[in-house]
Write a protein that binds this ligand. Structure first.
Ligand SMILES: Nc1ncnc2c1ncn2[C@@H]1O[C@H](COP(=O)(O)OP(=O)(O)OP(=O)(O)O)[C@@H](O)[C@H]1O
Length: 297
């Protein structure tokens, strides 16, 4: 299981658009419901989830959905088989291998958050299989965690009243995404996120890079024009704008000084996002022509 302590040192942009979403999310969480940010890659779901988790004023953790996840990764399990080499008391040249099966139960992040009343972000939860995520049903519905003791026995742990969970997910048509079970979806409030408004996108680029405002505005305009007017296969994310801005700033590339290089940078970044792996060569060529038109305007 990949887990990280959340790093909230990253600058966070709070425009009216974001404030509105955050306000609703906090209302639902404060009432005791689980929330779910769903939307295309790079629309700011994880950043928003982290920001909200921090505002809950409770300890918070993040786990990342993964198709290899099992119940043990979320709840915990018995770990620790130790192997000892022991010297025989009588015949010193004889060594005995002793395997110690004294296993110890270790709580998984989900169980730990349920016990301690922490806020848990389950990022991209639909990358995990339904068999792993099923454990969430009783947590969200009955407020209990089913913890298997052995093959026959299960114990039930009561969920702390302060426990909260924030889910994020990408649309189902993305590769590596499982359909979330209806039973699970009906136990959370889903807020659909799309690309933010132009002011928010511009602020995000400015906060994440040290590029000047004129350059940031130009990059955001080109990226948004391309996103909105190209075939549906190309949806460059805010990440692309941040990358282009960083490249321009760090390499002291001035706008319009070397138009050819500028267009190539846009092409390389905007056409290489992972969601474009299915795009044919022909479509890429058309996209390049379009990009050239946008950057010359
Ligand atoms: N409100 C914000 N303030 C500052 N930076 C932001 C904000 N929203 C998004 N970003 C930046 O935009 C980029 C994409 O955001 P993020 O990773 O949160 O999107 P996502 O929707 O979770 O993407 P994915 O689905 O691919 O994981 C990141 O570099 C992030 O730092």
């Amino acid at each position: 299981m990949k887990l990280e302590n959340v790093d909230l040192k990253q600058p966070f942009v709070e425009t009216e658009y974001i404030k509105n979403i955050a306000k609703r999310a906090m209302l639902y969480l404060n009432t005791g419901y689980a929330i779910h940010f769903k939307g295309p890659s790079g629309t700011g779901k994880t950043s928003l989830a982290m920001y909200i988790a921090k505002r809950m004023d409770k300890p918070y953790q993040i786990i990342f959905g993964n198709e290899e996840f099992g119940r043990t990764d979320l709840i915990g399990g018995n770990f620790g088989v130790t192997k000892k080499i022991v010297q025989d008391n009588y015949v010193h040249s004889v060594m005995k291998h002793q395997i110690d099966y004294n296993q110890k139960w270790i709580d998984g992040r989900l169980l730990n958050a349920c016990k301690t009343g922490a806020t848990l972000i389950y990022d991209e939860f639909t990358r995990s299989r339904a068999e792993a995520n099923n454990v969430l049903l009783s947590i969200l519905e009955e407020g209990v965690v089913e913890v298997p003791l052995n093959r026959e026995k299960t114990r039930f742990v009561k969920v702390h009243p302060d426990f909260r969970i924030i889910f994020t997910s990408n649309p189902e048509e993305y590769s590596g995404i499982y359909k979330a079970q209806d039973a699970l979806k009906s136990r959370m409030i889903t807020i659909d996120l799309d690309f933010p408004d132009v002011d928010t996108e511009l602020e995000i680029v400015l906060k994440n890079t040290e590029v000047d405002k004129r350059t940031a505005q130009y990059i955001v305009d080109v990226v948004r024009n391309f996103r909105e007017s190209s075939s549906s296969k190309f949806h460059p994310t805010i990440r692309s704008s941040i990358m282009i801005a960083n490249i321009m700033k760090m390499n002291k590339i001035n706008l319009s000084k070397d138009k050819e290089l500028e267009i190539k940078i846009f092409e390389d970044i905007l056409l290489s996002e992972s969601s474009n792996s299915q795009v044919s060569l022909e479509e890429k060529k058309k996209a390049k022509v379009l990009l050239e038109q946008i950057t010359y305007n």
